[in-house]
Design a binder for this molecule. Sequence first.
Ligand SMILES: C[S@@+](CC[C@H](N)C(=O)[O-])C[C@H]1O[C@@H](n2cnc3c(N)ncnc32)[C@H](O)[C@@H]1O
Length: 211
Amino acid sequence: MADAPLSRWERGGEKNLGYGRRFAELVSSGADVDGEARLADTLVARRARILDAGSGMGRVAAYLHDRGHRVVAAEPDLSLVEQSRRTYPQVEVLPQDILGLTDEVLSAAGGPAEFDLVVCVGNVIAFVAEGTEVAVLIRLRQLLAPGGRILVGFHLQGGPETARRMTLDQFASEVGEAGLVVEHRFGGYDLRPVDDQYAVWLLCADPDPAR
Ligand SMILES: C[S@@+](CC[C@H](N)C(=O)[O-])C[C@H]1O[C@@H](n2cnc3c(N)ncnc32)[C@H](O)[C@@H]1O
């Protein structure tokens, strides 16, 4: 079998080390790092099943876990898995890429295998491996429970240099190809209007997907 393609995050190498360091500093200074998670929390009932796909150093998963949700955090970068476990030992992290989140892996982990909400924020969708963009969205759709939704957030301008630059039209076309429908679009996690800087989209499954 051919090796899996490297994600843009892996290709970025040392250029991406700043993320973990910056959030470690923000957390220890008491800064607010919970904007994405506060919005996620409003989107679900109590004790919801939530997947944090590309959970990084764990800030979003930890906030949601601490509010009583059943959270599965998945993160393929082992140095971030280690940082997450050290910073938020209460959160279990699966050392997995989104495409590695098979039904078998999820059931072996003993947590939920389908989700009321998938959180895929902080440019994760712009860091996946080239050529896997639609496959990743399809896998996230397959992981939704009936009525489940996906919260996605990424920079349109001024984002990390190693991430993919996406236009709204490009992402809309990939979303449609993956059998997903756009429920809402905003310009930030505070629900500001759509702008050309940052995209926050809420997606749900197309009831009649082509794939
Ligand atoms: C800027 S970090 C954001 C982390 C976290 N979501 C946050 O907001 O703090 C981008 C993350 O995308 C992850 N990533 C890239 N490709 C991925 C994939 N195919 N599956 C899961 N995570 C992926 C990287 O490992 C990295 O942790």
